[in-house]
Write a protein that binds this ligand. Sequence first.
Ligand code: F0G
Length: 363
Amino acid sequence: MDNKTTPGAGEWSGVIESYSSFLPVNRQTPVITLMEGNTPLVRARNLEKKLGCPARLYLKWEGMNPTGSFKDRGMTLAVSKAIEEGARGFVCASTGNTSASAAAYAARSGYPCYVLIPENAVAMGKLAQSLMYGATVINVRGNFDQALQMVLDIVESRPVTLVNSLNPYRLEGQKTSSFEICDILGEAPHTLFIPVGNAGNITAYWNGFREYRSAGLSSRLPRMCGFQAAGASPIVQGERVENPETVATAIRIGNPASWKSAVDAARDSGGSISTVTDQEILEAYHLLASQEGVFVEAASSASVAGLSKTLQENPGAFKEGDDVVCVLTGNGLKDLQLAIDNCPQPVTIGADISELEKVMELR
Ligand code: F0G
């Protein structure tokens, strides 16, 4: 096959070069890339059985990006375009993944990066990434929404480029995941399940599916089904949440920046934006790891929690032969504390074979 989605060794060159005809780049754009994209689309047969899903279920495993989340797709474009336009530094507010990605791409660009994160509400791995990549990390005694407002204020007076998803290049880059899904399946899926936080990603996927169909590279559009955590569900409730709370810290957001476009995507596609509880999120988090060997962060499992809930409420939601994709946005290794706190603890034994035999008999 000479199809760009099945590159041979060394052929993949990142999302900008692979999809340049769909992106606002030109020959002068300096491409800052970590070879992001081209992530696995994993068939999840065990989950199909477990959840009673008659459709083919695929997991778009975005935690396999270079900094461990989907943010890299948008960050390569945002940083490259900023450099092209003369930027000399970057700033963002983040629940952790945007900051990790911004810090990494800024490091490659050679310009400074300032990241504002809500104090004590960002997973340790994400904090470690931003520090290691050399960003100036600023803990804000407040939540993500407050940090985002501060960043919007500071870019008015300082020569730094905002790389939150309000930067339109972020969503342009993120839409490439839809292209990859269509390229692999040979068509758009029937339904897409996706976590919703600041609501940029659901907007980006919807843009991507529409552009591919307009270009004649797919013939249908998926139903877009977005899921917020119940304690951080402003879109579902129809009003801002002042103090969002959820175990899925990545989507602990009370006033999403792309609120309107997310609502449009759900409505225009015949889909919906709904909630899943923290308990449902944690159940899906365990199911993904224990049934499919895919370790995601809690926020990512909101898509699978949403699928599970949909099937419980309406077992006839999908037909045999349908393609359903759950987007898994981030890598489980980013938040090891959450994983360890939610699993049975290891058994400790002496260096003695009889003790080992005893443990294995019990299992
Ligand atoms: N999943 C993960 C792992 C995320 O980090 C985010 C957002 C989302 C889902 C939601 O995506 O905001 O486009 O609706 N994280 C942002 C951050 C807010 O700062 O890292 P969205």
